[in-house]
Design a binder for this molecule. Structure first.
Ligand code: SAH
Length: 221
């Protein structure tokens, strides 16, 4: 069979079924995987890697950045404990894939991104997919988007050297912050709950993200 005869969509369907079946086994929250099933990941990828859309791997999206592995997206989303009424902040729009899933599961999503070309592409993608409850902003040097704080959930899809105080300030009491913390090359995925009496931090496991750039995180290389 010649390359252009490969039935891409048929192959994707098989991989898709397998991926979501596997994810449903490891993700207990019953809303997360069905929400992911409603978002076509292939539309968030460059043409050359669309055939890999439903493999459980991170993939390059240009500008040296990556779309996260679906399992990690599911794990981070689950940790936010969304019921549908929340206002959620995402740092690191990237392709917009995580933002679309958050839009499926919460009331309002605010997503910030440093790289203007990625931000614009994600904005157009989500608009054409019909998401009306996501707003996009170009990140400044200071982390997050304090203008619309407090947030019930904050998800950081890039790695920080420590838990940034600026993000804790933007989190509502009772809110959840999900963030990879560690070195530039390997991190632990932390779930931080801001209780009335202080922080509760749980480690969800090892992960590897691109660096979060800005005040209170990493300097640009
Ligand atoms: N959530 C994305 C994956 C993001 S990759 C998706 O679903 O596709 C991490 C992104 O974080 C990169 O695009 C990078 O440019 C961005 N980033 C890095 N530092 C940032 C900051 N301080 N604020 C916002 N975005 C940042």
């Amino acid at each position: 069979m010649k390359n252009w005869d490969v039935p891409l969509w048929a192959n994707l369907d098989t991989a898709r079924e397998r991926l979501f079946r596997d994810l449903s086994r490891s993700i207990a929250n019953e809303r997360v995987v069905p929400a992911m099933e409603r978002v076509p990941r292939e539309l968030f990828l460059p043409a050359e890697s669309r055939h890999l859309a439903y493999e459980d791997i991170p993939l390059p999206i240009g500008e040296g950045q990556t779309i996260s592995q679906p399992y990690i997206v599911a794990l981070m989303t689950e940790a936010l404990e969304l019921r549908g009424v929340e206002k959620v902040l995402e740092l690191g729009t990237g392709s917009g894939y995580q933002a679309a899933i958050l839009a499926e599961l919460s009331r309002q999503v605010v997503s910030v991104e440093r790289v203007p070309s990625l931000l614009e592409a994600a904005r157009q993608r989500l608009t054409s997919l019909g998401y009306a409850n996501v707003e996009f902003h170009h990140a400044t040097q200071s982390l997050g988007w304090p203008e619309e704080a407090p947030y019930d959930g904050i998800v950081v899809t890039a790695a920080a050297p420590s838990i940034p105080g600026a993000l804790l300030d933007q989190l509502a009491v009772g809110g959840r912050l999900v963030i990879p913390v560690g070195s530039r090359y390997e991190q632990d995925l932390l779930k931080v709950v801001k209780g009335p009496a202080g922080l509760n931090v749980a480690n969800l496991g090892a992960c590897r993200f691109v660096p979060l750039i800005g005040e209170g995180a990493w300097a640009e290389e």
